[in-house]
Structure formats: structure tokens, C-alpha cells
Write a protein that binds this ligand. Structure first.
Ligand code: GTP
Ligand code: MN
Ligand code: MN
Length: 607
């Protein structure tokens, strides 16, 4: 039996609430050893993981890991928010009674870490020292060393973040389980990813991948955080956050916003490189996936990125689409790649969209670890990397990370954007001045349904504010909470909806996207400042063609521009019908949201 008291003493972990929690779960999981970690343990744990084969070297100072092949993404259907109050049941949060879920997880976790080390990871999901620390602190217990290494990159890790906080920390227990025997995706699926939100306890069993396992990021940083924010007056969203400075005037604007997963948050936050548009603007990176947002005592809307790193999609990341990302994963930075293709002889990594596919197959293994040279003819075209393969790097490695990214005061937020993924209807950008219409727009955000998943072409898979998979409480309350928080802001934040994904008849993207996305954002800030007037439409204000900076765009884009700067009224009227059904799912949605919906519908009918 491991002497937990002695381990905690030696690590200087003095918080008695944390000590009791660690001892309690060490008993349940039956781990052979207990070890408290901090960021300074990184080099030693990397060595340990290399020695055990849990990590492989990927060139100088970079590492590679492969997750179990049935464990490569979040599992939404196994993810549950549990509380003791049935009124917390929403449309998307998979609510279950806490009294039902807790015993299930205890049973699954009992003895499940035998033969392993239980790592204790004290962490903070915030820049340290601010008033939100008590909501941002947590202690993850995990039996997986790769999870520790990922957490060290994605969060601030060490006992000093939690010793002074008493009982104000999230209890986050992760047990990997016997991955080959969990029935992933079958009726006998044994995995459970549960956030007991009103007890600030997270219990995840049956995965070692991403948000299922690094509990600071999504389970705490988004799901638990949004529940705490609801009860305590702040917003927690799956948002990127960036700053744009006009070097000529010295003025700076900060924009945050939500796009559904895999719709371009990381790309937008990182690609707008410093030299964009002829060196006139400087673009700073704050965050690519999560923002915590509040109104300060002066009525100013502010926000920060609670994370310490980037867990970015590898696919299509290259020098052209995202040079900033490529810079932030160069050799020597301690980057960890997950589920990309790997060359066991040269230690090189590769993914679809990285550049030319290696023609010499010697040593190349696909994301499952299978030799590409040995592939059967029928599998020759299969992806080398998993489409959800990722890189993990720290914010400090991002070349244009903002100088004040680590400031717990956050930054003033001037704009909130929502980004769909729609092949028609949604213009390049439309600005929305009214708060209720902005919140309404966020609640009706969606990404195109893929034919396989949801059927009907042109019908969105709605994803309110891009929070659908992370929603922790009812959507009607969520809408009201947004109205309350933004309603208090007196610094005039503007809303907008953007779409980089409109397509032509031949399937081509009508807008080049990526680094060019700076242009519509600049227009938005000019519009907010009253420097341009735009064109009023029933669904918001669009840029007049000549108001957009068009310098250097190619002929095809210039020819396509009119299409993405106009409104297809009939398609929009059809969309309003779908929206009505979508919103009707949310019992008790604020009347202000319905009024916004009816205003837009009427404006379309009158158009
Ligand atoms: P999560 O990390 O899962 O929350 O997703 P994300 O929102 O960060 O998505 P990400 O930036 O990784 O983008 C996902 C996909 O969108 C990638 O395949 C990108 O290449 C593609 N993408 C991003 N920006 C653009 C753009 O401006 N135009 C086009 N056509 N594709 C884009
Ligand atoms: Mn991302
Ligand atoms: Mn995300």
C-alpha cells in the first residue's frame, strides 16, 4: 500500500482538502504509486515515456504518440452532465441524476489503476493571480503519463496554484481503463465521461485521448467552467481570441468568437500573421479554443484564454495555410504529435495537407502504426494520418502570441463573431448591432450537416455559440445568461457572423480564406468605429464592395466577391423555418430572443 501522506508531504502539497481527495481516490483506483507533478517534471517524464514506448522521438525535441485506434476523438454520446437538480436538464447536455452516475463511475474505477502510477496534477485554467482563480483551479488524477505531459503543455501546472485555495478546486479523476476491451461504439460501450457540475467533480473512464483525458481543457475549461460561470456571472465559451493593431494609429481591437469544432478557430487565431496586408497591421494570438469572458467594474467586456497551449488539428496545416502554426511546432519546442503518420527510421512526421506525400515509403507507418509499404492495393488511398490528428504546443511557442497573454486581467473585447460552415446563404461577413440579435445569431449558429450524419442538404447541424458538445445547463437559461452578461457591457461590443466556406457551382471555395480573413475583420472594426457604413440587409450590415481592402486578391476572388456580399432572400426565408424549429426545442427561451427572430423574419418578408 502506497504511503500517500508521505508522497504529498514531500511534494509540498499542503491543502488538506486536496490531500483528502487524493487519498480517497488512490484507495478506489488501487494505483501502485502516487506522484505529484509540476511543470518542472517535464523533462524527466518525457524520458520515462520514451523509455516505456508511450512516446516516440519525432526529431529533435519533438515527440510522437499514438492513441488506441478506437480512441481518437471526443465521444459525445458517452459524455454526460450530472447534477442533483433535474431543472439542469437541457437539450444537449445529456443530463443524468448525479446519484445514478457517481456509483457507476466508482464501480468502473475501482481497482482499475492497479499496477500503474496515479499522477496528481494540480493545475490552473487561467493566467494566475486573478479573481477567477477559484473557478479555474483543479487537481487531475490520471494513470497515464502522456496525459500528464499534455496537461503540462495545455495548463499551468504545480502545487502553488492550489495550496491556498481550500476547497475551491475541481476534482478531476481520469482512469484510462483497458482500452481494447471497452466496446467503444457498441451497445456494450463501457466508457463514461461525466461532469458532476454541481459538485465540481469530473469522472472520466475509458479513454486516453484529448478532451476525454486532459480534464483541464474541455471538461473543466468549458463544461464545468460554463456551469460555474452561469452561477457566478461570467461566460465560458469555445471561442478563439485575437488582437489586431493598426500600426499607423496604434489602435488595437480584440475579437473573440465561436466556430463549431473543425471550422477554423485555430486557423483564424494563428494564421493572421504579423505582416498581413503589407505590414500595416499587427495581429496577436491570445487563444484558439476557449475564452472566459466577463464585464469588469467599469462596464468593460473583457476576456482571457484559460489555456496554456494549443491542441491543434494537424490536417491541412502547412507553410501556406498556417505559417504561424508551422513556426510554433518547429524542432526543439517540446511539441507532441498525436495520430499523425510517423517514420520509424527517420522520426519524421507527416499528415494530409502537410505538403508533398513522401514517395519513399521506407519506414513510414500510418496513424495506426501499420506499415504503409505493406498496404494492400485496396487500402492504398487511405489517409496516412487520422483526420483528427493533432499537435500540442505551448502558447509561448507561438511566434505572435500577445505580450500580455499571461495577464489575468484579460483584454477588452470589441467584437464577438460566430462562424458557420455553410456552402451557400451565409455571406462573407454581416455585422449585427443589437445585443439580442447578436445572441440570437449565436444560438442559431451551425455547421453544414454532412450527408452521412444528419441527412437533409442545406439544413444545419445547429451548434449554439459552438457550445453544443460542451453545454452544461439548459439552453434557455444559457440564452438569458448571455443577455444578462453582454447587456451589462457599456463598451459597445459588436457582433458579426462570418463564413469562409461559401462554394461555387463547381465546388470551389469562393473566398480564399486563411490569412485573407483579416480583411473582413478589419472592415468590422472600421464599421464599429463609424469609418464605413456598410449596406443594410434584413440579416445585418454587409460590407460595400469598395469598403473591403481588396489589394492583391486574385481575379477569380474579385469575380466571386459579389456573390459572397449579397443575401439570397429565399434561401434565408427557408432557413428561418428551420431556425424556428431549432429554437422551439428550448423551453422558456427569453422573449427577447424570439422577438429578434421575428424581427429578422419580418425584415426578410418585407425585403
Ligand atoms: P477544434 O480545434 O476541433 O475546436 O476546431 P477548430 O475550430 O480550431 O478548427 P481548425 O482551425 O483546426 O480548422 C479545421 C479545418 O478547417 C481545417 O481542415 C482547415 O484547413 C479548415 N479551414 C480553416 N480555416 C479555413 C478557411 O479560411 N478557409 C477554408 N476553406 N478552410 C479553412
Ligand atoms: Mn482548434
Ligand atoms: Mn475545440
Amino acid at each position: 500500500m502506497v504511503d500517500v501522506e508521505r508522497v504529498l508531504d514531500e511534494a509540498g502539497l499542503t491543502n488538506t482538502y486536496v490531500r483528502d481527495y487524493v487519498a480517497h481516490w488512490a484507495g478506489i483506483t488501487g494505483a501502485d504509486n502516487v506522484e505529484v507533478v509540476s511543470a518542472s517534471d517535464d523533462a524527466r517524464l518525457i524520458e520515462l515515456a520514451l523509455a516505456s514506448g508511450e512516446l516516440l522521438p519525432a526529431g529533435e525535441g519533438s515527440y510522437y504518440s499514438r492513441s488506441y485506434f478506437k480512441d481518437t476523438a471526443r465521444a459525445e454520446e458517452r459524455t454526460i452532465v450530472a447534477t442533483s437538480n433535474e431543472a439542469d436538464k437541457g437539450t444537449y447536455n445529456n443530463w443524468r441524476p448525479a446519484a445514478e452516475m457517481k456509483p457507476k463511475l466508482v464501480e468502473l474505477m475501482t481497482g482499475a489503476s492497479q499496477g500503474k502510477t496515479m499522477y496528481v496534477i494540480p493545475y490552473l485554467m487561467a493566467p494566475a493571480g486573478g479573481p477567477l482563480d477559484k473557478f479555474a483551479a483543479g487537481v487531475e488524477l490520471t494513470d497515464n503519463v502522456n496525459v500528464v505531459l499534455q496537461m503540462i503543455r495545455m495548463a499551468r501546472v504545480g502545487v502553488d496554484y492550489i495550496n491556498h485555495l481550500g476547497d475551491d478546486f475541481v476534482k478531476a479523476v481520469h482512469v484510462t481503463g483497458d482500452l481494447p476491451n471497452l466496446g467503444q461504439g457498441t451497445p456494450d460501450d463501457k466508457r463514461y465521461f461525466v461532469t458532476v457540475a454541481d459538485e465540481r467533480t469530473i469522472l472520466h473512464f475509458g479513454s486516453s485521448y484529448g478532451g476525454n483525458a486532459l480534464l483541464g481543457k474541455i471538461a473543466h475549461g468549458l463544461r464545468q467552467g460554463s456551469y460555474d460561470g452561469w452561477k457566478n456571472g461570467f461566460l465560458v465559451e469555445q471561442f478563439m481570441l485575437l488582437g489586431i493593431t493598426d500600426k499607423g494609429t496604434g489602435k488595437k481591437w480584440n475579437i473573440c468568437g465561436g466556430f463549431p469544432s473543425a471550422s477554423g478557430k485555430t486557423n483564424l487565431a494563428m494564421t493572421l500573421a504579423p505582416d498581413a496586408l503589407g505590414d500595416r497591421y499587427y495581429v496577436e494570438f491570445y487563444g484558439d479554443d476557449i475564452a472566459w469572458i466577463w464585464v469588469d467594474d467599469n462596464g468593460v467586456l473583457r476576456g482571457f484564454n484559460p489555456e496554456n497551449g494549443v491542441f491543434g488539428v494537424a490536417k491541412d496545416t502547412n507553410e501556406k495555410t498556417n505559417p504561424t502554426a508551422i513556426e510554433s511546432i518547429k524542432p526543439g519546442l517540446g511539441v507532441i504529435y498525436t495520430n499523425v503518420a510517423y517514420n520509424e527510421k527517420t522520426q519524421a512526421v507527416w499528415w494530409e495537407g502537410r505538403g508533398d506525400k513522401p514517395t519513399d515509403l521506407d519506414g513510414w507507418l500510418d496513424w495506426k502504426g501499420e506499415r504503409i509499404a505493406d498496404r494492400a492495393e485496396a487500402d492504398a488511398g487511405a489517409d496516412w494520418a487520422h483526420p483528427n490528428s493533432r499537435f500540442t504546443t505551448t502558447l509561448a511557442n507561438v511566434p505572435n502570441v500577445a505580450g500580455d497573454y499571461d495577464d489575468h486581467e484579460g483584454v477588452e473585447i470589441h467584437g464577438i463573431i460566430f462562424g458557420g460552415r455553410t456552402r451557400d446563404r451565409e455571406p462573407l461577413i454581416r455585422a449585427i448591432n443589437d445585443v439580442a440579435e447578436g445572441v440570437y445569431d449565436g444560438l442559431t449558429l451551425g455547421a453544414e450537416a454532412t450527408a452521412a450524419a444528419d441527412g437533409l442538404e442545406g439544413v444545419l447541424r445547429y451548434d449554439p455559440m459552438s457550445m453544443r458538445p460542451f453545454m452544461s445547463y439548459p439552453e434557455a437559461d444559457y440564452g438569458q445568461h448571455w443577455l444578462n452578461v453582454i447587456g451589462k457591457a457599456t463598451n459597445n461590443p459588436i457582433f458579426a457572423h462570418v463564413n469562409w466556406f461559401q462554394r461555387g457551382d463547381d465546388g470551389r471555395f469562393l473566398w480564399p480564406g486563411y490569412r485573407e480573413n483579416l480583411r473582413p475583420l478589419l472592415w468590422l472594426m472600421q464599421y464599429r468605429n463609424g469609418e464605413v457604413t456598410g449596406v443594410e440587409t434584413p440579416v445585418g450590415v454587409l460590407p460595400a464592395r469598395e469598403e473591403l481592402n481588396l489589394e492583391g486578391l486574385d481575379e477569380q476572388t474579385l469575380a466571386d466577391l459579389d456573390t459572397i456580399l449579397t443575401i439570397d432572400t429565399e434561401r434565408w426565408q427557408q432557413e428561418m423555418g428551420y431556425r424556428e424549429k431549432h429554437l422551439a426545442q428550448f423551453d422558456g427561451l427569453p422573449e427577447e430572443i424570439w422577438e429578434a427572430h421575428r424581427r429578422v423574419a419580418k425584415a426578410l418578408d418585407d425585403a
